[in-house]
Design a protein around this ligand. Structure first.
Ligand code: C5P
Length: 235
């Protein structure tokens, strides 16, 4: 059972503020994407990493992979991404060779996920789950609202789901190859994660424990947190 990882890294990262595409911003001097690639290649089970680069940044991503030390046992491929995350993942899957039967999808924006989380996801797929997502319980209570027409206007609350039953999902999400390819072939619409597409097909999706350090770097404060986590690791 060979395992490949698709890393969508083609987003602009608008919420981080102006600057380079998010995956190319540095954390303690190293591009976020390189941290993410290393986090995947840290798993001995992973033998191929497909990076989906910003369309105008493919050459830059290739040279970054060349200059940074990465494990010899892993192959790396770079393909240009699309307008949405879903499209970028699809373009990554188009580059997947036939002999991989476990496929992970991991956001470049989650550069610090520990290898134990990666391995737990792979193991759950190998044990027979068609789709696996790492996830954590929520600290905040969550409310469903009727979104306001104008930003900043008060929004009526529709419901308060029971917090104990909710999970915040992370990546890498892991899939049996055929299941993920079928999801990308048949499911359309605005879905923000790959497991959501598998759910839409009526397939079983299971959750395994995620990790605090697998948080998504989205807003400027997340950069501060990510650099602090890296500094602590070097101690
Ligand atoms: O925007 P968001 O943080 O949800 O993006 C999640 C991941 O999807 C990021 O790693 C981003 O680079 C990637 N992405 C992509 N292609 C897009 C949009 C986002 O590869 N068009």
């Amino acid at each position: 059972a060979r395992t490949a990882v698709v890393i969508p890294a083609a987003g602009r990262g608008v919420r981080l503020g102006p600057g380079a595409p998010k995956a190319l911003r540095t954390l303690n001097g190293t591009p976020m994407l390189i941290h993410a690639v290393r986090a995947m290649a840290a798993s001995r089970a992973v033998s191929l990493v497909i990076v989906v680069a910003p369309p105008d940044g493919t050459a830059e991503v290739k040279s970054l992979l060349d200059v940074h030390a990465l494990p010899e046992r892993t192959d790396f491929v770079v393909v240009p991404g699309g307008d949405t995350r879903q499209e970028s993942v699809r373009l990554g899957l188009d580059a997947l060779p036939p002999d991989y039967d476990v496929v992970l999808v991991h956001d470049a924006a989650r550069p610090l996920v520990p290898v134990d989380t990666v391995d737990a996801v792979i193991e759950a797929v190998r044990d027979g789950a068609p789709a696996v997502v790492p996830a954590l319980p929520l600290a905040d209570t969550v409310k469903e609202v009727e979104p306001a027409d104008r930003p900043g206007d008060p929004e009526p609350v529709l419901a308060t789901p029971e917090r104990a039953r909710l999970r915040a999902v992370q990546t890498p999400q892991g899939f049996d190859r055929a299941t993920l390819l079928r999801a990308h072939d048949t499911v359309t619409g605005d879905i923000t994660d790959d497991a959501g597409m598998v759910e839409r097909m009526g397939e079983r999706v299971v959750v395994v424990p995620g990790h605090e350090e697998a948080f998504k770097v989205t807003r400027p404060l997340d950069l501060v947190l990510a650099e602090a986590v890296l500094a602590r690791r070097r101690l």
